[in-house]
Design a protein around this ligand. Structure first.
Ligand code: OAD
Length: 254
């Protein structure tokens, strides 16, 4: 495999790295069976996410939007983390500083055991009061009522996710840029790197001197700027890197 040529120099960097950041997108959950946004099986093509994931759609027809989220929660809720998620969860214990910055709302990083996870686009298992902003955890599939109402004040609840035309949480975004500036290595896994501001994070890391490692079966607008490009599935490449890293840290072990 030609990627082997890349592995040794990457492992040399990783054994000395103190601070790792990982930007993930829908591709890391693809092998769990969750369709990506822009792939052939992508949610957008089948269900016109751009028409539903907007404040305007919710204003017009909250029940329709909630039915769509209820359906998505059903898909996501039946899926498990894959080897890519599990390798990242294990690395949290191996490096002095290790953080995941994810665009995903599926919660699979946390299900795999990751604790240091910044969710740029929210979480589908959280509901937010449109009145007072109170957050509620809700794992019910299906939801108990559609549209769900706030148990405190009776206002509509909405999914705690970022919709088209909405801004990201400034605190989370600032933390993401800080992590990007401070890391020695940034992995960019399973993202088409076309949605801002997430797509700027690897460039920020690069400007600050980090090595950038992209894992994706396809090229992206970022590929020309990365130090290591592994063209493959994250559920296969991450375990491969992990195996080499363990061998380098514990010579003699397979
Ligand atoms: P996309 O659907 O745009 O991109 C998924 C990427 O994953 C593509 O580049 C694929 O080539 C790659 N991919 C597919 N299978 C893979 C695998 N097994 N291993 C690794 N990579 C794989 O999804 P995102 O980049 O996450 O935002 O999209 C970014 C944002 O666009 C989403 O968070 C969403 C959407 O607008 C909001 O909803 C706010």
């Amino acid at each position: 495999m030609k990627d082997d040529l890349l592995l040794d120099p990457l492992i040399d960097i990783l054994v000395n790295a103190k601070n790792i950041a990982v930007l993930t997108g829908a591709g890391i959950s693809a092998e769990s069976g969750i369709p990506t946004f822009r792939g052939e099986e992508g949610l957008w093509k089948q269900y016109r996410a751009e028409d539903l994931a907007t404040p305007g759609a919710f204003e017009n027809d909250p029940s329709l939007v909630w039915e769509w989220y209820d359906w998505r929660r059903g898909i996501i809720g039946s899926k498990d983390p894959n080897p890519g998620h599990f390798v990242l969860a294990s690395w949290e214990k191996d490096f002095p500083s290790f953080h995941i910055i994810t665009q995903n709302i599926d919660g699979l990083h946390q299900n795999a055991g990751s604790k240091n996870v910044l969710e740029l686009h929210g979480n589908i298992w959280k509901l937010r009061c449109t009145g007072k902003g109170t957050l509620f955890d809700d794992q019910n599939i299906p939801l108990e009522e559609i549209p769900p109402l706030c148990s405190d004040c009776g206002a509509l609840l909405r999914p705690h996710v970022v919709w088209f035309g909405e801004s990201l949480d400034m605190g989370i975004l600032n933390d993401a840029f800080l992590l990007s500036r401070e890391c020695n290595v940034m992995f960019v896994v399973g993202t088409s790197a076309v949605v801002q501001p997430a797509a700027s994070l690897p460039l920020t890391a690069r400007e600050s001197g980090a090595a950038i490692v992209e894992i994706n079966p396809d090229a992206t607008p970022l590929t020309a700027y990365v130090d290591f490009s592994f063209r493959g599935r994250s559920g296969e490449i991450l375990p491969l890197i992990d195996k080499k890293l363990i061998q380098a840290q514990k010579p003699g072990k397979d």
